[in-house]
Write a protein that binds this ligand. Structure first.
Ligand SMILES: O=C(O)CCC(=O)C(=O)O
Ligand SMILES: [Fe+2]
Length: 292
């Protein structure tokens, strides 16, 4: 079945029409979805009705799945499905609360970050709780020449250990065991996407140091790059409806969950997560061609 695409934003993102994710996709449709994903970085499917098993089955066809640890917020029957939610049942949280309230890409603080994530809305609040997505190919291409020279060939350190208390003030400090599982990692700032070959600006909220730069300069550069990457003109805001499912590419986009009245309203999302590969350094910048 041919798929139809509708742009979500000037530079990236597309809504996919004509695909029923509850059924097994034929090879040509799957290839068209993969091609669209590589081209547009973010894909939106609407009016989706899929069980956790169907959610897992579709995502698995895109690549190996990642199981989020600890298992506390994964569905017991389907540990590949991670729950993001403020809902409590029988006094127990059904999912991770306030996940991703800050710009990031999934797994940026790990040696092998996640390639993609596929978030499906089951319950949404009447207002707020939107998710913002930033096009980091566009951000890379728009950086001034002197910044391109500064970041060429450089890596940044992403540290869960140093920044956990900053981004998760509402959570317990990391134990020594958790720290041992999440050592600091270094990733290239100009990142080559393994499929498209295009260059994205790879930075995020866990970045805290830059190879070869004094600490103050590194801090200023990271702040500048992170603000630049998430400039309003690079951002698509998704206002969720129940049944929306968004597949994003963590290698060329950042995202940020936004707040809502989580005392009065319920929000429940299911996420599958794709394994990735160690980020590749873009030896030379390759811009994404303009969308035709
Ligand atoms: O709940 C959201 O809108 C996104 C949360 C998040 O960062 C994620 O699921 O990766
Ligand atoms: Fe996230």
């Amino acid at each position: 079945m041919p798929i139809e695409l509708r742009p979500l934003h000037d530079t990236f993102g597309a809504e996919v029409l004509g695909v029923d994710l509850a059924r097994e996709l034929d090879g040509a449709t799957l290839a068209a979805v993969e091609e669209a994903w590589t081209r547009h970085s973010i894909l939106l499917f609407r009016d989706v009705r899929m069980t956790p098993a169907q959610h897992v089955a579709f995502t698995r066809r895109l690549g190996p799945l990642h199981v989020m640890e600890p298992l506390e917020f994964d569905l017991p029957e389907h540990p590949e499905v991670f729950v993001v939610s403020n809902v409590e049942e029988d006094g127990k949280a059904v999912g991770l609360k306030r996940a991703g309230w800050g710009w990031h890409s999934d797994g940026e603080d790990k040696a092998v970050p996640n390639a993609g994530s596929f978030l499906y809305a089951l319950e949404v609040p009447p207002e707020g709780g939107d998710t913002l997505f930033a096009d980091t190919y566009a951000a890379f291409a728009a950086l001034p020449a002197d910044v391109h020279r500064t970041i060429a060939g450089r890596r940044a350190c992403f540290s869960r250990i140093r920044l956990h208390h900053v981004h998760y003030p509402h959570m317990k400090p990391l134990t020594d065991e958790q720290k041992a599982q999440r050592p600091d990692v270094w990733h290239p700032i100009p990142r080559r996407h393994p499929r498209s070959g295009w260059t994205a600006l790879y930075i995020g909220r866990w970045a805290c140091e830059v190879e070869g730069l004094p600490a103050d300069d590194a801090r200023d550069l990271i702040r500048y790059l992170q603000e630049f990457a998430t400039r309003p003109d690079f951002v698509y805001r998704h206002r969720w409806k129940v049944g929306d499912a968004v597949l994003w590419d963590n290698r060329c986009a950042q995202h940020c969950a936004t707040e809502f009245d989580d005392v009065r309203h319920r929000r429940r999302m299911h996420r599958t997560t794709l394994e990735g590969e160690p980020p590749l350094l873009a030896e030379r910048p390759v811009p994404r061609p303009a969308r035709g």
